[in-house]
Design a protein. Structure first.
Length: 612
């Protein structure tokens, strides 16, 4: 098979910071590759080098003659005053199509697949998610043979991510022969790629490559890291034996060949290198600080209604937050999720966004801490030192004073970065600053609006664990489906038409949304079928199965709580006297009971495999 694109021993550094060394990869026809790695490992730079926008310090890039490469960057630039159609028309004129009709047909076909209902809307009126869809249409319009994408799910809501999954999993005239994309969305990777490459300094070759699903990658990575740990132990034992011999008397050393002495020195160098690589798995140390409050009800909102520009975002919304509750907010971009978060945050302040109608009652002295996806709390001109420790050279965390250098290291910042202005830091680094600030504030309720944006996968894993261990209440807006499944005990879904309803999980919300008769709703009925994971060996679950097993108890509990609520409603005189409402609740009761039965069956199946 002839490679479409390849590179050998690429290296790149910016000043004293080395991004990567000795990176070699090959892109063949049919490759659907996910590129992952920690923040600062050089993933975006590597993509720019592969498509010719940057030069490597060393190494070579090879491409087939006349290969068409498409590149989707993180940031999109459009003619803001022009319409969606006009922006694409400017692009199609560079593709060599001479026929006006063919140009129009290609544009309209792509806009239709992207579910644009009005191609003549100016780009400046589009939300971030629809701008991303338009950017994807623009790069596909060129019909690239190799498509390079940098975080293509950024700004997309869950429906947008499902749309992109379907697009990548369907053979279309615009489909590339192969693609290579950077993504930190673990379920998106699981559903779309057949190969995973991780760029990280822990690997001697600069990267670790596995052909298969994301689950396959995780399993093989765990095995590889264990092998590296075993290698370190073997080298340490061999070096200890050689060192003990060298410490013996002169008589013993005279019988030792010079080769053995040089071998000991070589072992020392190899052990030092392996130890350095094994310790390079930097991971953020997260633990949110909670108050010691024992109150059962932290916040109760009744009848909340909010309208913007004559559009009702939500109405008559009731919310009750108690310790241990983790509520996920779901809905299209602009449906009111962030607005609701702002209203909840303002409930403990004297100023801020208020609901048009409704009341909010909070516990005495309630503490709410917010994470803003717009990062408005960060002043771009201040230094990292001042951003992490605004009041001096130390911070107080969980009643303990920590020097700013120590505090910075918890979030993978080096001491030589402390004088760097915030605006020069990457998006992931800025997100870590905000999380560091959150951790310094004891809270009863955490309001997190897209906290995973720009975070690498190891940091997201640690964030998940921290949120699950937080004893207060969490309200979370995220499009990361793994995070939703792992963290949230209940979800509140917004339909974009002023209604909001509670669901057990995001899949139930999607099913309800797709059942709506509104033709303008994005089509979620063609969601790619879940791939069948390879059967695991007895006594060991795959990564995906283990995650499913870990969250099973919470899912069953949430479904049973809702079932009790429904049965209580069905017994009330008001519902009994209303046949249509009684039928509605009876239907939900049957669905919940079926779901609970399926969850218990699946739990038993996984438990049996786990026990071996």
């Amino acid at each position: 098979m002839c490679a479409l694109l390849s590179c050998q021993r690429l290296a790149k550094a910016f000043g004293a910071q080395t991004l990567f060394t000795d990176v070699t990869l090959v892109v063949n026809p049919g490759d659907r590759t996910g590129l992952i790695g920690p923040n600062g490992s050089g993933k975006s730079t590597l993509l720019r080098i592969l498509c010719g926008l940057e030069q490597a310090d060393s190494g070579v890039v090879y491409t087939q003659k006349l290969l068409r490469i498409g590149y989707l960057p993180q940031d999109d630039t459009f003619d803001e005053a022009a319409t969606c159609f006009e922006n694409l028309y400017h692009t199609v004129q560079t593709t060599g199509l001479d026929e006006e009709a063919e140009q129009h047909n290609r544009i309209n076909a792509l806009l239709s697949r992207a579910q644009f209902t009005d191609p003549n809307i100016p780009v400046r009126q589009l939300s971030g998610g629809w701008r991303k869809r338009l950017a994807i249409c623009r790069v596909l319009l060129q019909r690239p043979e190799v498509l390079l994408m940098d975080e293509p799910t950024n700004h997309l809501d869950i429906e947008g991510i499902l749309w992109l999954e379907k697009l990548l999993n369907t053979a279309l005239p615009e489909s590339p022969t192969a693609f290579l994309m950077i993504s930190h969305d673990r379920r998106f990777l699981e559903n779309t790629v057949n190969r995973v490459i991780e760029l990280a300094p822990i690997y001697p070759e600069g990267s670790f490559q596995v052909r298969g699903t994301y689950t396959d990658f995780l399993n093989k990575k765990a095995s590889y890291l264990q092998q590296r740990q075993n290698l370190e132990e073997r080298l340490a034992n061999r070096l200890r034996r050689e060192t003990e011999w060298l410490r013996r008397g002169p008589k013993a050393r005279t019988t030792k060949s010079r080769f053995r002495t040089e071998e000991a020195e070589r072992l020392q160098e190899e052990l030092t290198e392996v130890r350095h690589q094994n310790r390079a798995t930097g991971q953020v140390d997260l633990a949110f600080d909670a108050t010691a409050r024992k109150t059962k009800k932290l916040l109760t909102a009744t009848g909340l209604t909010k309208t913007f520009n004559r559009t009702t975002l939500f109405s008559n919304l009731d919310i009750s937050l108690s310790p241990g509750m983790r509520l996920g907010l779901l809905g299209r971009n602009g449906s009111g999720k962030s607005t609701l978060m702002s209203i909840l945050a303002a409930s403990v302040r004297q100023s801020g966004l208020k609901a048009d109608k409704g009341t909010i009652i909070t516990a005495d002295g309630l503490r709410i801490v917010s994470f803003d996806q717009r990062r408005a709390q960060l002043e771009p001109e201040i230094t990292l030192r001042h951003a992490l420790a605004p009041e001096g050279d130390s911070v107080v965390y969980q009643e303990q004073s920590l020097h700013v250098v120590t505090w910075a290291k918890r979030f993978l910042f080096r001491a030589d970065q402390l004088e760097t202005p915030v605006y020069r830091l990457s998006g992931g680094e800025q997100a870590r600053i905000l999380i560091a600030r959150l951790m310094l504030q004891p809270a009863d309720i955490l309001l997190l609006d897209e906290p995973t944006n720009d975070l690498d996968i190891p940091s997201i894993d640690v964030l998940e664990e921290s949120l699950c261990e937080f004893p207060g209440a969490v309200v979370l807006v995220t499009h990361d489906r793994f995070l939703l499944d792992r963290v949230c005990t209940l979800v509140l879904g917004f339909d974009g038409s002023g209604n909001a309803e509670y669901f057990a999980d995001y899949e139930q919300w999607l099913a309800a949304l797709s059942a709506q008769p509104d033709k303008d709703q994005p089509d979620t009925s063609a969601t790619p079928r879940k791939k069948v994971a390879p059967r695991s060996k007895p006594g060991k679950l795959s990564y995906m199965d283990q995650r499913e097993y870990d969250q099973m108890e919470e899912l069953i509990l949430a479904a049973e709580v809702r079932l009790d609520q429904v049965e209580t409603l069905m017994a009330s005189p008001e519902i009994v006297a209303n046949p249509s409402e009684l039928q509605k609740h009876w239907q939900e009761q049957q669905e919940l009971q079926d779901k609970i039965d399926r969850l218990y069956d699946r739990w038993n199946e996984l438990d049996a495999r786990k026990q071996g």
